[in-house]
Design a protein around this ligand. Structure first.
Ligand SMILES: Cc1cc2nc3c(=O)[nH]c(=O)nc-3n(C[C@H](O)[C@H](O)[C@H](O)COP(=O)(O)OP(=O)(O)OC[C@H]3O[C@@H](n4cnc5c(N)ncnc54)[C@H](O)[C@@H]3O)c2cc1C
Length: 486
């Protein structure tokens, strides 16, 4: 009897975020439909994730469609338009004029603008110095010291403001960013895409090629296949695997590889940083902050870099929601993830009171996403080193045997973004289809040789003999063996 926990398929896709789903769609559109998608979570979408917070849909992960309004259309913007996803334009440029000190005073526009320009100049200079010294300089560039400079430095670097260096997302797709403010969530776009090739009914995916709550722990490459084991004891055997887990997961020891990944791959994996980015949502009984659109983003200047620095009110996205969002990154994110939410609420309230005074009410609710502690994420998105060489880019996305790698971190142009995940999934899907077709052609050829050689030998042994080789013997090897529908 067949083992019910053992599944055979042509392609196994690990992860159902935008890259995994796009790769599967690419396979399906090319007739390679014998795939299974295994996903550790109980949902698809990965880092595109909405949650209900005090009656409002908030985005815990990706929130913005970044890169809109340029010569080329961002594919995510196109999809959002098709789905009538509600979005709001975000004008970050005002943030620098809404910088609060710890007495609740806003820095005068002139002071803020001067500090901002100086920070941009110094960032560009630093970048040029690194370039000139070919990354070998031991000189540590001087760091900003004043709270306002620290706040601006945080904004420029941790939020990738395009003034410092050209970023492909903005140069290619345009400089505007739109916040998704739709109760279906940003993840709706992943569902819409999945619907085009997976069986769905009443908005639910019922296709048994999608397996949720399946955490992959082992990937074993054999001569002609890959065996993948999940935490719950299921075994999948496939001709090929597409691994779409994040760079953070690859850097952790969640998945073991047998044989181990080659050193060129592990070195590339270790060279890419993972950024932790945490949006903390705070609900208030009423609004006490200035809620004009030009006050949407505001900054708190503290002597500790990144300490509850970057704030946003949700009035433009959800009028009357009385929600503030503060964004923390990296070490501050890890610190708050490790502490109780009550403590985070206390710290955040102290900062809100420094900006808006002691009379303001306490927040009534808090939501702290934990991207770093999540074993299936281990961070928010990849961050390439300032200078990346071509080889690193090649190595990070190159397949190892029958295991193909995809995900936003493998997109050399758009890593870190949703559209990076989308393009990487598409590229990996295409590369695999090509590989499968190549393998099919090689098998056909071998099959041919295998059948023809003995006949040829006989022909040569009996001069003048004519053999009628049955056509079906020469028929090309059945394409369905590789997962292509015939
Ligand atoms: C807080 C935050 C803010 C962001 N903001 C933006 C933004 O505003 N705009 C933007 O464009 N991008 C943003 N991003 C980045 C964007 O969300 C990602 O680049 C993109 O969603 C990544 O898609 P992916 O398919 O590569 O990876 P994922 O979405 O992570 O998909 C990988 C999937 O693999 C699954 N998985 C992991 N390990 C296993 C395992 N062992 N077995 C089975 N399944 C596994 C995971 O559960 C996940 O579903 C943000 C991300 C975060 C976290």
């Amino acid at each position: 009897m067949e083992n019910p926990t053992r599944t055979r398929c042509s392609v196994l896709i690990v992860g159902a975020g935008i890259s995994g789903i796009t790769a599967a769609k690419e396979l399906a559109e090319n007739g390679a439909e014998d795939f299974v998608i295994v996903e550790a979570a109980d949902r698809i979408g990965g880092r595109m994730r909405k949650e209900d917070f005090s009656g409002v849909t908030v985005e815990l992960g990706a929130g913005w469609i970044a890169g809109v309004g340029g010569d080329h259309i961002n594919p995510l913007w196109e999809m959002a338009r098709h789905s009538n996803l509600r979005t709001c334009f975000s004008d970050y440029s005002n943030a620098r004029y809404n910088i609060y000190d710890n007495n609740g005073n806003i820095f005068p526009a002139g002071v803020a603008a001067e500090a901002y320009d100086k920070a941009v100049e110094s960032a560009i200079e630093k970048l040029e110095n690194i370039e000139e010294s070919d990354c070998n300089s031991d000189e540590t560039p001087s760091s900003p010291k004043r709270p306002i400079d620290l706040a601006i430095d945080f904004m420029l670097h941790d939020f990738e403001m395009a003034e410092v260096e050209p970023i492909a997302t903005y140069t290619e797709f345009g400089e505007s960013e739109f916040l998704v403010a739709d109760e279906r969530g940003y993840e709706h776009l992943v569902y819409k895409m999945a619907e085009t090739f997976l069986f769905t009914s009443h908005g639910k995916i019922l296709d048994n090629r999608l397996k949720l709550n399946k955490a992959v722990r082992e990937v074993q490459q054999l001569r002609n296949s890959v065996v993948v084991k999940t935490e719950d004891g299921c075994v999948y055997e496939a001709n090929y695997v597409i691994l779409s887990v994040s760079i953070g997961v690859l850097q952790s020891n969640l998945i073991s590889f047998s044989p181990p990944l080659p050193s060129w791959k592990t070195e590339a994996i270790s060279k890419i940083d993972i950024m932790v980015y945490t949006k903390i949502f705070l609900k208030f009984p009423y609004k006490f902050w200035p809620s004009d659109p030009d006050k949407e983003f505001f900054i708190y200047a503290h002597e500790r870099r990144g300490y509850y620095t970057f704030w946003q009110h949700m009035e433009s996205a959800y009028p009357g929601s009385n929600i503030l969002v503060v964004t923390l990154t990296n070490e501050e994110s890890k610190r708050v993830e490790a502490q109780a939410d009550e403590e985070t609420m206390r710290e955040a309230m102290e900062v809100v009171r420094q900006m808006f005074g002691n009379e303001i009410p306490d927040a009534t609710d808090i939501l702290v996403p934990r991207w770093w502690s999540n074993p299936f994420q281990r961070g928010s998105y990849s961050n390439y080193p300032v200078y990346v060489n071509h080889q690193l880019l090649q190595h990070i996305k190159a397949p190892v045997g029958r295991v193909f790698f995809t995900g936003e971190h493998t997109s050399d142009k758009f890593n870190g973004y949703v559209h990076g995940g989308y393009y990487s999934g598409m590229d990996t899907g295409k590369a695999l289809v090509e590989e499968m077709r190549g393998e099919m052609a090689r098998e056909r050829e071998n099959h041919h040789k295998f059948l023809l050689q003995p006949l040829l030998a006989l022909t040569l042994a009996q001069p003048g003999a004519v053999f009628d080789i049955p056509r079906q013997l020469l028929r090309l090897h059945s394409s369905s063996n590789l997962g292509f529908s015939t």
